[in-house]
Design a protein. Structure first.
Length: 76
C-alpha cells in the first residue's frame, strides 16, 4: 500500500464521510450510509467526485498537503 498523504472528512452530519489520499494518486472514500451500514469503502477516480465535494475536500485540507491533493483531484 502506498503512503497516505492525508485524510479529510467532508461529513455534514453524524454519518461519517472521509476521503483518504495516497502518494500513488489513489483516493479511498470511507463513509456511512446509515447507522446500521457504516464504514463502507470505495476507491474513486477524480472524475467520479462532484465539484461540490471537491470544494469541501480542498476547504478541509491541511495546508501542508493542499497542493498535492488539488493536483490529484485535478482541481480546479
Amino acid at each position: 500500500m502506498e503512503k497516505e498523504i492525508c485524510k479529510i472528512s467532508v461529513s455534514s452530519s453524524w454519518l461519517g464521510d472521509e476521503y483518504i489520499f495516497y502518494e500513488d494518486h489513489t483516493i479511498k472514500r470511507v463513509y456511512d450510509n446509515h447507522s446500521l451500514n457504516s464504514n463502507k469503502t470505495e476507491w474513486l477516480k477524480p472524475k467520479e467526485i462532484s465539484k461540490k465535494i471537491k470544494d469541501k475536500i480542498v476547504k478541509g485540507c491541511p495546508e501542508e498537503c493542499k497542493e498535492q491533493v488539488m493536483q490529484i483531484l485535478d482541481y480546479p
